[in-house]
Write a protein that binds this ligand. Structure first.
Ligand SMILES: [Zn+2]
Length: 376
């Protein structure tokens, strides 16, 4: 009986403790989704927060695309709208979104512009009965279950609109996203100098992959596993630049591109992140490094004997070509990767080194290697 009471007591003591992890478990099962909407050359990012708030960062150049995307996602209202900076490819569509949706708060950096796009935006915000809240380093956003705060702009940049970009860091559980707007190297180094914690799993690459953004120092600070470039197919600016693609490659970042893959959607439960598509081919890590190798089972065969050539390094079954350079003649053979190829060498000259050139084409790329044997 006493034992039973003790057991009961310990159960009672454990119960409150037990309810905590189960509640946390339920919370972490909630998903946050981040949609990098394909708006051509520009940015528009829609976030469905884990507890349902709707966040929109920029609205592309033309609001119709964004509004119809949000309608498809069954968005009813927008809790937080962020205008990263007044450039038309980011702000252009926001007035349409403000007309179509009830928006609860609007954040933008404290920089104005003289364009119609900017005036339309201001007018639409005013019509919504809102006042723009300043987006700048340290300003926090109330998004349930997450930590959301601006890490930039750190300071003023006069008429340099890109560097004025509101940069948001959003963390859910163990996973973070950094939305860099069009911030360029200057703003990047200011954020680093301000000792902001920029580390994020997913980086929305600054300024559509232009070479003036995404410095090595910034990549070192962010250490992203994934990067998303929002750019228009065949855009006139040549975005993204080869420089940025190479830098991302160097840092082994898996890359997604709206210009090649359309809308990119990342979903996370706070522990893992999954994307709606596989990374684009330009990033390393998405393609295993192939290296062709060739070996012979006998490098000093007797004349007229049969030797076996094994080629590896590409998926089994891929065709390869082997060219044997004998002293007086050249013979070509074809085989399959992973299957030893038997070759009868004939009366090859003793002591003459026969070079074997091996090549294979895989996914449009040619791979080459070499081996040799010397008949005895
Ligand atoms: Zn832009």
């Amino acid at each position: 009986m006493e034992k039973f009471l003790k057991l009961l007591l310990s159960l009672c003591l454990f119960l409150p403790a037990l309810t905590v992890p189960s509640a946390a478990g339920a919370a972490s099962a909630k998903e946050m989704s981040v949609h990098f909407i394909n708006v051509g050359q520009g940015d528009a990012i829609y976030i469905k927060a884990p507890y349902g708030e709707d966040i929109l960062i920029d609205g592309g150049r033309d609001g119709d695309q964004v509004v119809s995307y949000l309608k498809k996602q069954k968005v009813k209202d927008i809790e937080i709208m962020i205008s990263t900076h007044p450039d038309a490819d980011h702000m252009g569509g926001l007035d349409e979104v403000l007309k179509a949706y009830r928006v609860k708060s609007v954040y933008a950096p404290k920089v104005s512009h003289t364009t119609k796009v900017y005036r339309d935006f201001l007018y639409a915000v005013k019509k919504e009965g809102l006042k723009i809240k300043t987006a700048s380093k340290g300003v926090k956003l109330a998004v349930k279950g997450t930590t959301a705060a601006f890490v930039g702009p750190v300071k003023s940049y006069k008429t340099d609109l890109n560097n004025w970009s509101a940069v948001l860091k959003l963390t859910y559980g163990k996973k973070s996203f950094l939305f860099a707007g069009d911030a360029e190297t200057k703003a990047e180094s200011d954020m680093i100098r301000a000792k902001e914690n920029l580390k994020a799993d997913v980086l929305k690459v600054g300024h559509h992959g232009a070479k003036t953004s995404t410095s090595e120092a910034f990549l070192k600070a962010v250490k992203p596993a994934y990067a998303v470039i929002s750019a228009g197919k065949g855009n006139q600016y040549g975005h993204p630049s080869a420089e940025v693609l190479n830098r991302l490659k160097k840092f082994k970042v898996s890359l997604f591109r709206t210009d090649q893959q359309g809308t990119i959607v990342a979903k996370t439960d706070g522990k893992n992140i999954r994307f709606n598509v596989k990374p684009a081919g330009t990033a390393s890590g998405s393609n295993p490094a192939y290296k062709l190798t060739a070996s012979l089972d006998n490098t000093q065969p007797k004349q007229n004997s049969t030797i076996r050539l094994t080629v590896k390094g590409l998926p089994n079954g891929t065709d390869f070509r082997a060219v044997f350079h004998y002293k007086t003649t050249t013979t070509a053979y074809s085989g399959k990767i992973g299957t030893p190829l038997a070759v009868k060498i004939g009366p090859a000259k003793k002591g003459y080194k026969v070079i074997v050139d091996v090549s294979a084409v895989y996914k449009g790329k040619t791979y080459k290697t070499q081996t040799f044997f010397t008949p005895r």
